[in-house]
Design a protein around this ligand. Structure first.
Ligand code: CP
Ligand code: NVA
Length: 308
């Protein structure tokens, strides 16, 4: 079984993984040698802080070992991705890959004889979403019935977060003026729109009213942020998205003083979120980042049939 998108894991199992993730956070010693002798390969075509550190440390804390590889220093770029996936899988027990293109990730998974975890592509970020719903469950007691509002650009992060929220019985509102064209997935969108717990609106007041969680992400993906060829589009997006900045005014529109602020990080302060809200008492962004470690330990155990 792979974890390339949220729907690869049934809702009941997702729920179990997040409950076990919270228990592992409280008692890490219970799984400290659960993956002794096992190896995780970590392949990166893009930069990373959280994904790289949390998976590597997670594997260490489970008694296993992780190998970090930038794909440009491997032969993935010059060989058949399926063949390279097959070969790597003959050495290791799990693969986590951050590929720029979902199509390449699918090829890697097709060749691999061991589970492959998506560490972010242009369409999805399922390991992030797993952590996000675990954090909501940890902070609010459950995802069920919570109103999760995503404000900014519809992208890989919002795709996976929407799916995980809906699957666990939450309500999801996508409040965006535009979609990242690279993240479009019509079949995924149709699945979400089939649920009356899913809504889309560009109206901030309508979206924020009664929000239990407000979530945002960068308007420009990591690989484009400092790309001179993307500079014009970046300026256009800043102008378009600035009314959707998560700031004190937007947060107050929930009408509640308990609305949680979430962000997958890295944040671009002064753009999608301002300093006041990023460091607001309601902000859980650093607990959320820490939870990557705990949620992914439970995920790796699950994919290797070691989660009780
Ligand atoms: N949120 C996230 O995936 O962060 P990194 O890009 O730093 O891994
Ligand atoms: N949407 C961002 C998320 C980074 C964690 C990107 O794809 O670069």
């Amino acid at each position: 079984m792979h974890f390339l998108k949220v729907r690869d894991i049934p809702a009941g199992d997702l729920h179990h993984i997040i409950e076990r993730g919270i228990a592992i956070k409280q008692h890490p010693e219970t799984v400290s040698d659960a993956l002794a002798g096992r190896t995780l390969a970590m392949l990166f075509q893009k930069t990373s802080t959280r994904t790289r550190f949390s998976f590597e440390v997670g594997m260490t804390q489970l008694g296993g070992h992780a190998i970090f590889a930038e794909t440009r220093l491997t032969n993935l770029g010059i060989a058949d991705v399926r063949d390279e996936g097959k070969v790597i899988s003959r050495y290791v027990d799990l693969i986590m890959a951050r590929m720029r293109r979902n199509t390449d990730l699918m090829l890697l998974a097709e060749g691999s004889e061991v589970p492959v975890i998506n560490g972010l592509d242009e369409k999805y970020h399922p390991a992030q979403a797993l952590t996000d719903v675990m954090t909501i469950h940890e902070k609010l007691g459950s995802v069920e019935g919570q109103k999760v509002v995503y404000v900014g650009i519809a992208n890989n992060v919002s795709n996976s977060l929407a799916m995980a929220t809906i699957m666990l019985g939450g309500r999801f509102v996508l409040c965006v003026p535009e979609h990242d064209p690279e993240a479009r997935d019509d079949e995924h969108a149709a699945f979400l729109r089939d649920h009356d717990t899913y809504a889309e609106t560009a109206d901030i007041d309508e979206a924020m009213n009664g929000a239990d969680v407000v979530y945002t992400d960068t308007w420009v993906n990591l690989e484009y942020f400092s790309d001179p060829d993307f500079a014009e589009e970046k300026e256009r997006r800043i102008a378009t998205f600035m009314p959707y900045q998560v700031n004190e005014d937007l947060l107050a529109r929930s009408g509640k003083d308990t609305t949680l602020v979430m962000h997958c990080l890295p944040a671009h302060k002064g753009y999608e979120v301002n300093d006041t809200v990023l460091y607001h008492p309601n902000s859980v962004v650093f607990d959320q980042a820490e939870n990557r470690l705990h949620a992914q330990k439970a995920l790796m155990l699950y994919l290797l049939d070691k989660l009780d």
